[in-house]
Design a protein around this ligand. Structure first.
Ligand SMILES: NC(=O)c1ccc[n+]([C@@H]2O[C@H](COP(=O)([O-])OP(=O)(O)OC[C@H]3O[C@@H](n4cnc5c(N)ncnc54)[C@H](O)[C@@H]3O)[C@@H](O)[C@H]2O)c1
Length: 380
């Protein structure tokens, strides 16, 4: 295993996911926790030249003052998700990494400042590679226009302050890709999902991946929908009610922002089945639930001789503990891809996302087969 200094820059570092990633990396480094939840810890990945989790140096950006110890302690709110003793045992790294997080005033949230912060972190930490992962609050949806198609148009949008045409997630993606740092969008925000940015990533040999981590209800949907398809059972309607209470839930209670998430969750079933059953996806903020998300799904389907039947399931997950290991997996896989000279949308990472960039496949089993095939093909 070659020794390298690798950096992970988290946009939205002090959020529930960001601070869970920091705690997770620090705890894994000390072997205070095992690798449960990490896909890259499966035996199929053991012969890949992935960066050890102990090698990552964290930095990031925020719009709020906080630190990783406080933020990780707050995950779960009234029912803290992570133990005090675990957090205390990781304090040294968490404090060191907190000092690498830049809190940016609204006037500084632009292409030039983002790129300056990234390059500065890269240089100061003497990194060999740096990956940028967006775990910031979800933004409202953006309708793509002609200016999103090429770099000339994109430059115009960068000069304008109009966040409705080019949101912060995309300004950040542009700054990262332009500086040759791989960019991963773990949120449903626009990020790098812009024709001009995808083309730039390919031409600059930069891997990009996204969008919106597949961690809970949609993960289950992407396993169950293929079952209905495989048995030729006709899904009549699929209703999913989600309730959650963390900061993400609060942000999503704004109807214009919620639209991005619902859009990202809702298309998976129809894409797998090849037809659109009646569908309803709701996301409601329930303060007392903190980071514990409950999803209740009701599937109405028809079988042989027209017989109607139902299936229901309930998923109760700690959102951030589900998301954090995937962020670590993505950082390791994307850095490896960059070293291998891979560029543009990373199709083999589709299994991690609700709306995979560059891949049409939503069936988790097939997505995992793509990932395992990739791992096998590059095993040393
Ligand atoms: N937890 C999951 O299972 C999961 C799954 C898929 C996607 N996501 C997405 O990941 C994101 C993070 O989720 P979370 O639960 O950590 O939310 P959170 O609200 O706890 O954290 C988001 C953080 O982003 C910061 N932020 C907002 N705008 C910013 C900006 N422009 N620049 C820098 N920082 C900014 C906020 O201050 C906050 O600390 C959300 O978009 C969520 O939808 C989460």
């Amino acid at each position: 295993m070659t020794h390298r200094r690798v950096g992970l820059w988290l946009i939205g570092a002090f959020g529930s996911v960001g601070s869970s990633v920091a705690l997770g990396l620090a705890a894994l480094k000390r072997k205070h926790v095992d690798t449960t939840g990490l896909v890259t810890a499966l035996p199929e990945f053991s012969r890949l030249d992935l960066d050890p989790v102990s090698e990552f140096i964290l930095g990031g950006s925020e719009i709020r003052h906080d630190d990783f110890v406080n933020a990780a302690s707050a995950v779960g709110g009234g029912m803290p998700a992570y133990s005090k003793s675990l957090i205390e045992s990781c304090r040294h790294d968490l404090d060191e990494w907190s000092a690498n997080v830049r809190v940016m005033a609204a006037k500084d949230r632009n292409f030039d400042s983002f790129q300056h912060e990234l390059r500065d972190f890269y240089r100061r930490q003497q990194l060999d590679q740096l990956v940028v992962i967006n775990v910031a609050s979800t933004e409202p949806p953006v309708e793509l226009q002609a200016d999103h198609n090429d770099l000339v148009g994109l430059q115009k949008l960068v000069q304008s302050d109009d966040l409705q045409l080019l949101p912060a997630s995309s300004r950040y993606a542009y700054a990262a890709i332009d500086a040759s740092f791989p960019y991963v969008n773990f949120t449903p925000s626009l990020g790098a999902s812009i024709p001009a940015l995808l083309a730039l990533a390919t031409s600059k040999d930069v891997p990009v991946a996204g969008s919106d981590g597949k961690t809970g209800e949609t993960l289950v949907k992407s396993v169950l929908a293929p079952m209905f398809a495989a048995r030729n059972l006709k899904v009549l309607s699929w209703v999913g009610h989600n309730i959650l209470g963390n900061r993400d839930g609060k942000v999503l209670s704004d109807p214009s922002i919620r639209k991005s998430k619902v859009r990202s969750k809702d298309h998976v079933v129809a894409d797998i089945l090849g037809y659109q059953p009646q569908s309803l996806t709701t996301i409601e903020y329930v303060d007392s639930l903190d980071d514990w998300k409950t999803a209740w799904d009701h599937v109405h389907f028809r079988g042989f001789l027209g017989v109607p039947m139902r299936m229901q399931f309930t998923w109760e997950g700690c959102d951030s503990a589900l998301a954090a290991p995937l962020v670590i997996d993505l950082a390791r896989l994307v850095l490896l891809a960059q070293r291998r000279g891979e560029a543009g949308p990373m199709k083999h990472l589709a299994a991690f996302f609700k709306t995979p960039l560059g891949a049409e496949e939503h069936d988790l089993t097939r997505q995992m087969a793509m990932l395992m095939e990739y791992a096998h093909s590059i095993s040393q």
